[in-house]
Structures are given as C-alpha cells and as structure tokens.
Design a protein. Structure first.
Length: 764
C-alpha cells in the first residue's frame, strides 16, 4: 500500500473525528462541572491530612507564611523562607504560592491543615475543569467528547496525588491553573479572523500576564509559552512542524506567481506546484499577526527568564550529590544513560502509576553505567514509542490526527524540559509532582489512541469504552488509596520503603517520624540503616546524636556530631547540637566555640542564641546571657522559652522591675502564654503587687488548669496576702493534680499550723 493511499484512508477514517466515541456530547460547561466534581471527589479524603514531609519546612516553619511577616520578604526570600542571596537557598522563587499560603492562614485562623488541603483539592478540581476548553482547542475544536474524556483521565490520575495531597504541591496546581488560563487567552488571540487586532493584542497581553503568574507560582510555568507557540503553528495554522525549514526556504526562493524561480531552480528541483502551495502556507504562517504573537512570546519569555535569573542572584542553586547523583557523575555516558532511564521511568509512572514514592533520591535508582544494563531496554522502548508517535505525526501531517498527535507530544515534552537535566542541574532524581502539567499530553495521547481504534475498528467500541471506564475506576481507587498514605508522615514514609528500600532518605524520614513520636528504639534502628546505606549522611548523624544525647549517651553523640561537621563544615544545626553536648559534658569553652561557629554559618538562628544564653547562665555570666536572650527574641518575637528564661533569670538575681518589664513586653507577642503569666505573677508577688499578681495567676491557671505548680504558687500568694482560706483551697487544688508535690504539702501543713495557733490564741 503506497503512502498516498494510506493518507487517503486516514483522511476518510477520521472525518467524523469526535463523533466516533459512543457517548453523548454534553456542553462544555456540563463537562467542565463533571470534571470538577470527579477531581474533587477522588482526592477529597486528603482534606483530613496533616502537614507532611516538605510541608513542615515550606509552611509550618516558614515565617513568610505568617500574615505579620512583611510582604517584602516574599521578594527577597525563596519558597522555603531562606534569603535568595544565601548559599543555602534552593533558589525556588514562588511568591504567588506563598501568598496563597498566607491567605489560608488568615481565612482559616492559623496553620490548620484542613484549610490548606481543601484549597488544594478545590484547585485540582478547577484545573480538571479547565482541561475541557484547553484540550478542545488542542484537539482543533469541536471535540466535546474527546476533551471530556481527557479531563476525566486527568482528574483521577494517581500521579497527581503528591501535588494534591501534599500542601507544597500547591505550586504545581497554581502553575497549571495559570498556565491553562494563559493558553486559553492565547487561543483567543490567535482568532484574529473573527476578532479585531486590538482585541487580539489584549488577549495576548492577558496570556503573558497569566504566564507571569504561572512562572512565579512554579518555575515550570514559563513553558506554557512554548506550548502556545506550538499550538499556533501546529493546530491553528495546521502546519507540519517537520516542514518548517522547507516553508522558510520556499518563502524566499519561490516567486509570487507560484512558478519556480529559474535562478534558484536547483534549490528545489521539480517542485514548482508544491512550491506555490508551500509559499501560500509560508505567507499564511509568517503573516503579520503571527509574527506579532510569536515575537511577543519570545520577548516576554526572555524578559521573564532574565527576571527569574536576576531575583535568584544571577547564579544557580547549589545541590549535593545525594540530591541528583547522575548529574555529579564524571562519566558522560553514565549521565546520558541514567537520564534516559529516568525519562522512561517518568513515562512508566504515567502509564502505570503503581510505584509511587515521596522521594526517589539516595540510592533509590542506581546509576546506569554500562551498555549491558537491562534497564536500557526500557530506554529503547521509550524512545521507540516516542519516535513512533513523532513519525506518525509528521508522516501523515495532512490529517488532523497527525497534527494533534504532534501537539500532544509537545504538551507532554515541553513542560517536562525544566526537570530533564538538559539545561541545568535539578535538585531531585524523580518527582511525581513535576508530571502534573506534562500528564495532560499523556492523557491526550490515550484519548487519541482510542480515537484511532474506534475509527478503524468500530466493532471494538463497547470493549474499548469498558476498558477506559475500568481504567478510570482503577486510577480513582489508586488515587484514593495513595491519598490515604499521604494523610500522615508515618504511612507516607512506610509506603516508600516498599518502592525504595535502598533509599537512605526514606529510612531517615521513617526514623525522624519515629523519634518525633517518642519511639527511640525504631528511630535509632532506622538512622543506623540510613547511615549504612549512605555513610556520609550528615543529617542522619545529627538526628541520631540528638536521640543518643537524650538517652545520656553523650560520648557517642559527640563522636557523631564531630563527624557530621567534618563532612559538612557549614552545618549550623550540627555545630549547635555539638555545643549542647559539650556543655552537658562541662566542656564550656569548646561549647562556646561551637555555638559561635553555628551563628557564623547561620546568623538568624534564635535556637542557637538561646542555647548560648543557657551556657552563659551556667557560667554565671548573667549580662552576656541577657544580651543573647534579647537577640534571640529579636529574631523570633514569639520565642516563648527565651522570654521566660530572661524573666526567671532577672527575678533570681533580684532585678524584679527589669523582670516585670521583660514579661510585659513578651506578653505583647504571646498573650496566651501560661508560663509568662505565671513567671510575671511570681515577680509581682515578690514586689508585693498582690492584685496584679493574682490577675496573672488567674490567667496562668485558666490557660493551664491542670498545672499543680501554678495552683501551689497562687496559694503562696494568698498565704502571704493573708487570705488563708483561698490559700488553703489553692494548695488543695495543687495536691489534687499532683499528690506528691512537696511544696504544696509543706505550705498547707504550715498554713494549718498557723490557723491552729491563731485559734489557740483566741481561746486563751
């Protein structure tokens, strides 16, 4: 069968295009609503989740998320709250995403996970709904059934779980949301035949603006400009991209009449008729509206990239070898083979999303370093499939199917390019959430494959639709199950052990979670496994040392921490923890050196200042202690324990008025801190300001009603105030909460003896 005959058969077979699907054609609005409902329902169980994994660093411990933090910090800090100019900065600049986190805190009254998760679920529903008009344009218009099926597959795909169930996935959701709005605006701008040029330019400006928001939600957003340009050429102008070089030549070498230019006959011999038609195509493609649009996209893209490069300090982020081992390997072929294997693995996750893990670094995927590695078969299969799709799109370029396949491949590849390691090193091996946007291209290819089967083999309609329905159900079930694993860190980390048992970071996180829950035995075991898998894992050494310190094994803790700071000399946390251990061993001078070294590497470090203050207290140097405690609360005004230490220290050395001033200042930031009210009440009591002391004791007891010491000290106040009945009542309250509290027992006994003596005195 010759190629012309094949092309005619494909043209005939695909005349109906969308109508071959045996489902009713609903309106685009109805389809969008249904996609929204499906997308939100499938991931609705994630609303009950906690903050897990990266959420702690990006949200819980990120001061930029708090409304009281100045908005200017969003300009100078990265996604994790670290100044962009700092060497430790990840350089991930996403101020739009951080703004939505701040909005969550304001609307839901604090760092409540429910509000954050509900917002993510809602955004995924909106993105799923936007898939309907987006793919209708990408399919060339008039494709209600195909766009609806694509939106359903996208809505339930399990690879999206990380982006939806993990709050930090908000960046990917917002990026997709603004990217699709940018594309829809651009598709409006292309219709200059039905819209005025002025209106078309307005839509073009809107498209660039939405791209700006997408880029500053997540770096991937810049790629929507490439998709828009591909859409303009492939779908709107119906041009085969493989003929673009030829079209450019024809624009210059063919004469206006359509006859071959004799002077340049040798350039395109025997192509006079084709030359004329291609010149018409060239003139249509390179028309003034297209040139305006394409140049606008290119210029906007370059300016946005420059702005992005400028805000990150004009230098790339610095990653460690464990983050992306292949990129650090010196062997060129090892890098090439491993990168290609990672591409095939990403494709496999889209096709069969069974192996899902929150992290893929540190030994999860070993390097491909030889031609005989069997994993190269997966690489060969991946490229054979991809080239097959590209060949189909290019060889049969005159039909709608060929162009749409090419467009779908473009949607799959272009958004993935920033994560490909081709242009710069990335800080991960494989990340499921970066597939959120590229997965649209995969979903389009699945629906296009169904269209081919239904057009050429209509007798399989029922079987194919049953298979597609089963796929939706299986994907939905997998998404629900995976969302349940994301509800809490323990289940999330344990699930990764089945996928990446050789990943030291997975064992590290299992250990960290176990340690946080007080299961030191499991934590020690998992930290030791992590260190066996990666002997220079400094963070694991640091955390294991902290547990050993808590168990009194100070020498072992010291050894681990010294090794950690030797591996990473700028590891501020390890320096601080080494200082704590040395202080416990009474090696005060060495401890001081460790604290100052930690502050040298991290100037904004209130925890380290607090520990340094405690060291000065041990050395009876109250002036130095007060100075560093004040620095600690300047850096973190809500640092309760530092405020309380200052009040207690000043009270203990008799500076009662200074203690009172400090406590009142602290209560401006921490009005509901029971400890501050208690310590202030003690100070006021010693100053004989009994009424004010009583007020703050009442606040302390109200905030911590089961604290026996609070009740006991309030009893002492009443005792000194000669309100003996109230004092007796408070002593009894204290003993009801802690029957072994000796101070309350002794004071109550003294009170009873005093009352007995008073009675005897009256009788006499």
């Amino acid at each position: 069968m010759n190629s012309a005959k094949v092309t005619r058969e494909f043209k005939t077979g695909f005349q109906e295009w969308d109508t071959v699907f045996p489902i009713p054609a609903t309106s685009y609005k109805v389809s969008a609503v249904l996609a929204f409902i499906v997308g939100t329902l499938v991931f609705s169980n994630s609303a009950n989740g906690n903050f897990v994994f990266d959420d702690s660093e990006a949200i819980v411990n990120n001061r930029d998320v708090q409304p009281e933090s100045p908005l200017s910090k969003l300009i100078s800090n990265d996604f994790w709250g670290t100044p962009l100019i700092h060497d430790r900065s990840h350089k991930s600049y996403r101020p739009v995403t951080i703004l939505t986190f701040r909005w969550n805190v304001q609307v839901f009254g604090g760092l409540h996970p429910f509000g954050f998760h509900v917002t993510n679920i809602f955004l995924h529903g909106i993105v799923s709904a936007l898939i309907v008009p987006v793919t209708n344009n990408l399919f060339g218009g008039n494709a209600p059934r195909m766009s609806f099926l694509t939106s359903l597959l996208f809505a339930v795909h399990p690879v999206h779980t990380e982006a939806v169930a993990g709050v930090v996935g908000r960046a990917d959701l917002l990026c997709a949301f603004f990217s699709f709005l940018s594309f829809l605006s651009y598709s409006k701008a292309t219709k200059e035949g039905t819209l005025s040029i002025k209106l078309s330019i307005k839509y073009l400006i809107c498209s660039i603006f939405f791209c700006f928001l997408a880029l500053f939600s997540k770096e991937q957003g810049i790629t929507i400009l490439g998709i828009c340009l591909a859409y303009d050429v492939i779908t709107f102008h119906k041009i085969n991209v493989y003929n673009l070089p030829l079209l450019v030549l024809n624009l210059f070498y063919c004469c206006p009449s359509g006859k071959s230019n004799v002077k340049h006959q040798s350039v395109l011999p025997g192509q006079s008729k084709i030359c004329c038609s291609r010149r018409i195509e060239s003139q249509h493609l390179f028309s003034k509206p297209f040139i305006i649009r394409s140049l606008s996209l290119i210029i906007a893209g370059l300016l946005l990239l420059y702005a992005r490069w400028y805000v990150m300090g004009s230098k790339p982020p610095v990653f460690q070898q464990v983050d992306n081992p292949a990129s650090f390997d010196k062997n060129f072929w090892t890098r090439v083979w491993t990168y290609n294997y990672l591409y095939s693995l990403n494709a496999w996750l889209l096709l069969c999303p069974e192996w899902l893990s929150f992290d893929w670094s540190m030994g999860c995927i070993s390097l491909v370093s030889t031609w005989f590695d069997p994993r190269l078969l997966a690489v060969a299969t991946f490229w054979a499939t991809l080239f097959g799709l590209l060949w189909r799109g290019g060889y049969y370029s005159n039909d709608k199917l060929g162009r749409t396949i090419t467009m779908a491949v473009a949607v799959l590849i272009i958004p993935f390019l920033p994560a490909s390691n081709l242009f710069f090193r990335v800080g991960f091996v494989l990340a499921e959430r970066v597939l959120y946007l590229p997965s649209l291209g995969f979903c389009m290819l699945v629906v296009l494959g169904m269209q081919v089967v239904l057009s050429t083999k209509p007798e399989y309609k029922k079987t194919l639709m049953i298979a597609f329905t089963c796929t939706l159900l299986v994907f939905s079930a997998r998404s629900i199950y995976r969302s349940n694993e994301w509800l809490q860190e323990y289940t999330l980390f344990k699930s990764a052990l089945a996928v990446c048992p050789l990943n030291a970071k997975v064992h590290y996180n299992v250990a960290k979670n176990a340690g946080d829950m007080g299961n030191h035995k499991l934590a020690i075991k998992e930290y030791e496994i992590a260190l066996k898998l990666h002997s220079e894992y400094d963070q694991a050494m640091n955390n294991l040392a902290n547990i050993l310190r808590d168990e009194g094994k100070l020498d072992e803790a010291e050894s681990l921490l010294r090794k950690a700071v030797k591996i990473r000399p700028d590891f501020a946390a390890a320096w601080m923890n080494l200082g704590i251990v040395l202080a416990a061993l009474k090696k005060h001078e060495e401890a001081k050196v460790c604290y100052t070294t930690a502050l040298l590497h991290r100037s904004q470090y209130p925890e380290c200042l607090y520990n340094l203050g405690n060291l000065y207290l041990d050395l009876k140097n109250t002036n130095e202690a007060l100075m560093v405690f004040k620095k600690a609360v300047q850096q973190r005004p809500t640092f309760s324990i530092a405020w309380n230490n200052m009040v207690i220290m000043l009270e203990s050395i008799g500076k009662l008025n200074d203690a009172k001033v400090i406590a009142l200042e602290a209560l401006k930031y921490l009005p509901n801190d029971a400890g501050l009210h208690f310590n202030l009440a003690n100070t006021l009591g010693k100053m004989n300001e009994f009424e004010d002391a009583e007020q703050h004791f009442r606040e302390a007891v109200k905030l911590a009603p089961n604290n026996a010491i609070y009740h006991s000290n309030m009893g002492v106040l009443y005792h000194r105030w000669k309100k003996y009945n109230l004092a007796e009542s408070k002593y009894n309250d204290a003993l009801s909460f802690d029957p072994t509290l000796k101070s309350a027992m002794n004071n109550l006994e003294m009170l009873k003896k005093s009352k007995m003596k008073a009675v005897k005195w009256r009788v006499v």
